[in-house]
Write a protein that binds this ligand. Sequence first.
Ligand code: SF4
Length: 200
Amino acid sequence: MLVNEIFHSLQGEGYHAGTPAVFVRLSGCNLRCPFCDTQHEHGTEMSEEAIVAAARNLLPPPSPLRPPLVVVTGGEPALQLTASLVEALHAVGERVAVETNGTLHLPGNVDWVTLSPKSLWLGDGAAPVLTRADELKVLFDGGHDPAAYDHIDAAHRFLQPMDTGDPARNAALMRQAADYCLGHPQWRLSLQIHKILNIP
Ligand code: SF4
């Protein structure tokens, strides 16, 4: 399995924002979003045993407590993720969450699915095959209507202002996204707190 990075931090986005988690970033993605800000292409070949060992080594001794979450992300983790890795990662964290663009099916033993579809920007070729998720997270750029994903069955719906790299534009998008949530209360605002805190 090609692994981009494994690290221990706080989940920065969505429902679990602020929650301690071990992150396993798998390399590669099947989409090419023009706004992608994740360095996911490079990777090291690792066995599932080596991934679990590396993840466990990140945890501060001597706490007997596992962190609440292991987050498998990418790139697109569904390109490589196996049920056996999900099972093994339960030794690292209490629950295994996956962040996906939804274009590929996931192993059935994932505990939490965060679906972040990209077909608003890439068209039908990026339409999600997943029709339900624990959490739907849609980027907000002020020009595309998140209602396009109203058919997705999700317990939680988050609107996340896109990071344009321009502070003034970002501030305007945050205000617009907040207004959208006020008018559409099924949505909640998600801010990228790891960027605010300047942590990985
Ligand atoms: S789906 Fe995510 S990781 Fe893949 S290119 Fe788009 S933004 Fe980047």
